[in-house]
Design a protein around this ligand. Sequence first.
Ligand SMILES: [Zn+2]
Length: 369
Amino acid sequence: MNTSFFQQKFSEYYAKHRDSINVPEARSREYGAGVNGKIDFRHVSFPSNDALRDFLIQDAPLYASYSAARYERPAAKPMPNKGFVSADLVFDLDKTYAEEHPEKHGAAFCPHCLERARQDAARFYDEFLLKDYGFGKSDVAINFSGSKGYHFHIRTPAVQQLSSAARKELCDYAGALEVSPEKLVTKQAGALVGPSAASSGWSKKVFNYAQQFALTADTQAWRAMGAGSRTAKHAAQNNAELASRLERGDWSWKNLEKSFTALATEAIRKTRVELDAPVTFDLSRLIRIPNTLHGDSCLTAKVLQSLDAFAPDKDAVAFRGAIEVTPNKTLALEFGGTTFELEDGKTKELPLAAGLLLLRKGYAVLVGL
Ligand SMILES: [Zn+2]
């Protein structure tokens, strides 16, 4: 693909939004950048944010990353020669959700996947970062990844010397790798004892889910959890009593043993958050520089004050205007609240952001090329 057209656009963007690029302690970071790939080269350093901004404007890479780690000699190589000083704690949510909505999944761009990613990111932020890990709101910087998900950067002194193993544990915890229904609900003296209102950590999460389910489930919902028809009806009719028992950690309800296991399994599955763990525990990894452009989408890896109601195809759009492109596939593109019906070989005018995205993803060519 001819990249100079895009690099020209990126350069103009960086010139116009120069001050939006602001890496904390910029001079101690390692940088990597790419035009053909995400990282064509790395082991580069800049003496200041100003020098980094100049580089983005002049060289206009399509992808720009930096190290969560700080080094004494960030440009030195191999890695051990850099002189590790400390590292921010970063998390990356990068999951795809196509299997949840195959009928409306967009191949070139999918607002439905992005909305699911936003929901999971918000859940990770509230349930894990704030509640379980105990970070304050001001400790956590959030940005859209520019592609499929979200990045969290924690730059407080307390996390700087965390080992790689400790960072991995945080990911494993969010992913519920060590959690199982059998460990949470156990038989004690003939009774089933499980998570209660007084529980903490994963036990509390499963309790919250089960409690909510018990309060609202009808006969059909209990049937779906594997309960027999009479048991399901009984549980649904006595939901307040059932919920109050769960509150005390009493999971002994006649004939519901298997349903409770199914319920705990579902609670774990729906509450866990899948992170791209190597981004967190591999201290030599580079991660996208917040507020830079992502070369796959031409969207901004935008720094966010809040995850509420953020829609990348509206709020992370970097380029305004219109462009004519010729699709090389027949497809529907949902972007910015509009669905564009594209026909193979039929030139169409699109919003510039949507057109650039199609071009970069190989679904269209520029008119005249
Ligand atoms: Zn999708």
